[in-house]
Design a binder for this molecule. Sequence first.
Ligand SMILES: Nc1ccn([C@@H]2O[C@H](COP(=O)(O)O)[C@@H](O)[C@H]2O)c(=O)n1
Ligand SMILES: C[C@@]1(CO)OP(=O)(O)OP(=O)(O)OC[C@H]1O
Length: 165
Amino acid sequence: MPADSPADGLPRVGVGVDVHPFAPGRPMWVAGLHWPQESVGLSGHSDGDVAAHACCDAILTAAGLGDLGAQIGTSDPVWAGASGVALLTEMAGRVRSAGWRIGNVSVQVVGVRPRMAARRAEAEGVLSEACGAPVSVAAKTTDGLGFTGRGEGLAAFATALVVPA
Ligand SMILES: Nc1ccn([C@@H]2O[C@H](COP(=O)(O)O)[C@@H](O)[C@H]2O)c(=O)n1
Ligand SMILES: C[C@@]1(CO)OP(=O)(O)OP(=O)(O)OC[C@H]1O
């Protein structure tokens, strides 16, 4: 059965993970928001927005369309420096063009900074607008453990549900 099979009208789930290291001299963009109080940003070919990228992979895998790297890759100059919101808007459009409706997306940011809680609703609004479906946002620090806990970088994990249009 092909990976993008509609599975007889049943919903399909997807998963996405992304990790980027913190990098001095870069603006911090996470979950579609700019965090101007942060002294470092995230490295990457684009803006490094792990939350938006994990959402992209979740909807793409749900639709059987590969992942963000397969869709655009880091060799494509068109997307160099692209915002996570622009990428999520584009990937959600590709998922819809392939015949899917996006039910919802849930993303969890893992790391010590930025502190998401105070701007969680704002992030959910921006990502939901980009996705054209509800996106919920959560966060965890990992209590000092691992590269996230040590403040070396940021990770995000997302799941998505799609249904045939
Ligand atoms: N980057 C983060 C990480 C966590 N939070 C919020 O803190 C709560 C407690 O996190 P623990 O990892 O210590 O359990 C968590 O539930 C989030 O609400 C955050 O805002 N930003
Ligand atoms: C977004 C892309 C392309 O600009 O690059 P990065 O910003 O490096 O992000 P990543 O999630 O590591 O890989 C996906 C790439 O397609």
